[in-house]
Design a protein around this ligand. Structure first.
Ligand code: NAD
Ligand code: IPM
Ligand code: MN
Length: 353
């Protein structure tokens, strides 16, 4: 039988609650295909750090690399200095496995309430660069703690790095509604901004059917609120993409629904799928977290692993569940997961129960 070797990192906080639901749905979705999911649990995150002082060792990376894909919950803990797990674990994974595409789709599903009065047809995908920008750790602090302290975080943008993610974004646009919006800030960040602009122009010439648009990032936040239906594919740098995708989650039903894939399209390393949200310490352990973002990340994983039918079953189950939220009322993380498993399995009786 076919199987997927999946590395599982629950991580911290609500990661421990949402990942098991994602796994349940993944297994249920693959049952009709006779595909098995062989999981390896990786004990990474706050617990490991407190016990050993380790975040993610080279040996962990080698073992993770033996897998077809990675499913991650979230990292970050209020008792650990901010940045240790985020940089030492999450970003080390994204950089180490060269996840240069951070794919973050946004869709306002039927029946889901948006905080926008008149959102229109919200259905776009943010292609966020994943391995460059201000995230690379290019900077430092001088005279720390003094009145003369200087802190820098220099954004790295390479022609190769920008072009590969821009090419991916154009391919997405070709497969969607043939519209691509570059979001940057080339009126101020003239070096990186114009590099991005020139590369989008160059690659765009190979895609005459794709309508190319440009917005400064500040203006992009306006249109995400006033007219999100105008967007199809947004391509942008690592930091702008981070900010825009929390906003995208908020306008499309909440961060509890926002999915992402950290993808290495070459297949040289396993891709990693995770909800856009974090470890949510304010609700962790209370069964209040919505596992839908993780389940939709599982749909991205299925698609990337070549199981388009199973991915479609997961999305259909999510849509069905979302359309009935008002009538179903408040549910626990596990109850939502159970309903999605039932939906994927086509078991209406369990769903009603
Ligand atoms: P967060 O996404 O964890 O939480 C923001 C708000 O959204 C909170 O009110 C939270 O309760 C709510 N929320 C998040 N996920 C939810 C879900 N599934 N269902 C319902 N509500 C949900 O962001 P934050 O508070 O800025 O960060 C908390 C920690 O997580 C920090 O340590 C941060 O560094 C880390 N973080 C990690 C990731 C990641 O692992 N990819 C992403 C973002 C933040
Ligand atoms: C995300 C998170 C991460 C990011 C942090 C935790 C490093 O906010 O996945 O959106 O900034 O990319
Ligand atoms: Mn973020």
């Amino acid at each position: 039988t076919k199987s997927i070797r999946l590395a599982v990192i629950e991580g911290d906080g609500i990661g421990h609650e949402v990942v098991p639901e994602g796994l349940k749905v993944l297994r249920a979705a693959l049952t009709p295909e006779g595909v098995e999911v062989e999981t390896t649990d990786f004990d990474l995150g706050a617990g490991r750090w407190h016990r050993t002082g380790e975040t993610l060792t080279d040996e962990d990376m080698e073992q993770l690399a033996q897998h077809d894909a990675i499913l991650l919950g979230a990292v970050g803990d209020p008792d650990i200095p901010s940045g240790i797990l985020e940089r030492g674990m999450l970003l080390k994974l994204r950089f180490g496995f060269d996840h240069f595409v951070n794919l973050r789709p946004t869709r306002l599903a039927p029946g889901v309430t948006s905080p926008l009065a008149d959102p229109g047809d919200v259905d776009f995908v943010v292609v966020r660069e994943g391995t460059e920008g201000p995230y690379v750790g290019n900077g430092g602090t001088m005279r720390e703690g003094t009145d003369l302290e200087v802190a820098t975080e220099v954004s790295l943008n390479t022609a190769v790095g920008v072009e590969r993610v821009v090419r991916f974004a154009f391919d997405q646009a070709e497969a969607r509604r043939q519209k691509l919006t570059l979001v940057h800030k080339h009126n101020v960040l003239v070096n990186a901004g114009h590099l991005w602009r020139r590369i989008v122009e160059k690659v765009g010439a190979e895609h005459p059917d794709v309508a190319v648009d440009y917005l400064h990032v500040d203006a992009a936040t306006i249109f995400l609120v006033t007219d999100p239906a105008r967007f199809d594919v947004i391509v942008t740098d690592n930091l702008f993409g981070d900010i825009l995708t929390d906003l995208a989650g908020a306008i499309s039903g909440g961060i509890g629904l926002a999915a992402s894939g950290n993808i290495n399209p070459t297949g040289a390393f396993p891709s990693m799928f995770e909800p856009v949200h974090g470890s949510a310490p304010d609700i962790a352990g209370e069964q209040k977290a919505d596992p839908t973002a993780t389940v939709l990340s599982v749909a991205l994983l299925l698609e990337q692993q070549g199981f388009a039918d199973a991915a479609a079953r997961v999305r259909a189950a999510v849509d069905e569940d979302l359309s009935r939220r008002a009538e179903l009322g408040a549910r626990t993380t596990t109850q939502i997961g159970d309903a999605l498993v039932a939906g994927v399995s086509g078991d209406a009786a369990v769903r009603e129960g």
